[in-house]
Design a protein around this ligand. Structure first.
Ligand SMILES: [Zn+2]
Length: 156
């Protein structure tokens, strides 16, 4: 499975590219933060398991029904002409959740269709030994991109 930094950074990078090259300033920085949160949201069971081990287990939130509910919420919020921030937020939660599933799927995945099916339909494309290197490489590339692309030189 992909590690936390990869989940967060892939979501942040894709949302940043969308903001920088397509949506521009109509897509606030808050949505990039929300995408980062959504990209890691299915792994919320890790800290929950530490706090309440009798109620949570790893993989518990890796079920397809959660992003489907987010998608339905997005469509309903859009259809009922709510403020843009509501359906956009729900859409970003859908995006981040599905992105998390795709990354985990590349690492072997879970039984996303439980309890309907206990089959794991994911191919093991990237084994566990490569994820730390992917984490480190993505972090360095993102820092370089932010350094030159968004002028965060004052931070360094
Ligand atoms: Zn996961």
């Amino acid at each position: 499975m992909a590690l936390a930094v990869t989940h967060v950074l892939i979501a942040v990078i894709l949302a940043s590219i969308y903001r920088d090259h397509i949506a521009k300033h109509t897509f606030s920085h808050f949505y990039i933060l929300l995408a980062a949160f959504a990209g890691l949201l299915p792994d919320l069971d890790y800290p929950a398991k530490l706090l309440l081990p009798q109620y949570f287990w790893h993989g518990q939130f890796h079920i397809i029904y959660v992003p489907v509910l987010f998608l339905i919420a997005t469509i309903l919020l859009y259809a009922f002409k709510t403020h843009r921030k509501y359906y956009l937020s729900a859409g970003i939660l859908t995006f981040g959740y599905l992105l998390h599933f795709m990354l985990d799927c590349a690492g072997g995945g879970y039984e996303y269709l439980q309890p309907i099916s206990v089959m794991n339909y994911c191919p093991l494309l990237i084994t566990a030994r490569y994820w730390p290197a992917i984490d480190a490489s993505l972090l360095m590339l993102w820092l370089v991109y932010e350094y030159y692309g968004h002028h965060i030189k004052q931070f360094f």
